[in-house]
Design a protein around this ligand. Structure first.
Ligand SMILES: *[C@@H]1O[C@H](CO)[C@@H](O)[C@H](O)[C@H]1NC(C)=O
Ligand SMILES: *[C@@H]1O[C@H](CO)[C@@H](O)[C@H](O)[C@H]1NC(C)=O
Ligand SMILES: *[C@@H]1O[C@H](CO)[C@@H](O)[C@H](O)[C@H]1NC(C)=O
Ligand SMILES: *[C@@H]1O[C@H](CO)[C@@H](O)[C@H](O)[C@H]1NC(C)=O
Length: 181
């Protein structure tokens, strides 16, 4: 009858409480594990003739995600600028120069804010620039389904919760049966 007791022999109610606390800690930390690395522009990469506003508009970027710029190192670069300089394609006062020289640059999105990246080599004027809004991770689902339409990314975030949730409920039920908590 008691599957969970067999799998995990609990010593005392204190152990059960500790275990539950641990499981909730795992639940809380799970989102960080699922950080996503976005290839800017998808298959096209970081190049001319891609509208990066359109590329970014249906995506959710979360704190902890990464951007991966893949491009021809002889033609372009990756310069982070502020909003004003993004709009005017001005790379003279970079917030950060992410160009390493390999044409493969990774930038962490580790602050919840807007990020602006341009290519400084002239292509910015043709639209080679991208603005990213980084959001905080959504709170873990508390049983109620999310109202927002889920993207593939979000489903990944969610599926990570399911196993621990099932496990925690099972453990709690077990504790209830055994100790009358
Ligand atoms: C961006 O930086 C420039 C200086 O390079 C400054 O004049 C401008 O006000 C800044 N814009 C914002 C939105 O911070
Ligand atoms: C960015 O850094 C690279 C590599 O250090 C350098 O070659 C390039 O001139 C820098 N670009 C700008 C716009 O500061
Ligand atoms: C974000 O990442 C950058 C580059 O790795 C680092 O310099 C900065 O300290 C990080 N910021 C936070 C808030 O973690
Ligand atoms: C990219 O698409 C947006 C939305 O359709 C449009 O407003 C913008 O002008 C386009 N940018 C370029 C550089 O074509």
């Amino acid at each position: 009858m008691s599957l969970f007791t067999k799998a995990l022999p609990f010593g005392s109610p204190a152990t059960v409480t500790g275990l539950l606390a641990f499981l909730f800690a795992v639940l809380f930390m799970a989102p960080q594990v699922s950080a996503k690395r976005w290839i800017v522009g998808g298959k096209m990469g970081w190049t001319t003739n891609v509208n990066y506003t359109i590329w970014a508009q249906d995506k959710h970027f979360y704190n902890g995600d990464w951007l991966f710029f893949v491009y021809d190192r002889n033609q372009n670069d990756v310069i982070e600028v502020n909003k004003t300089n993004y709009e005017t394609c001005n790379a003279e006062h970079p917030v950060h120069n992410w160009t390493t020289g390999a044409g493969r640059d990774v930038t962490p999105l580790n602050v919840t804010r807007h990020y602006y990246f341009i290519s400084s080599k002239g292509s910015c004027y043709g639209g080679m620039k991208v603005a990213i809004r980084v959001e905080n991770l959504p709170p873990p689902p508390s049983g109620a389904p999310l109202k927002e339409k889920n993207t593939a990314t979000k489903s990944t975030h969610q599926s990570l919760f399911i196993l621990p949730v099932v496990f925690a409920i099972g453990a709690a039920w077990d504790a209830f049966l055994r100790f009358g908590l």
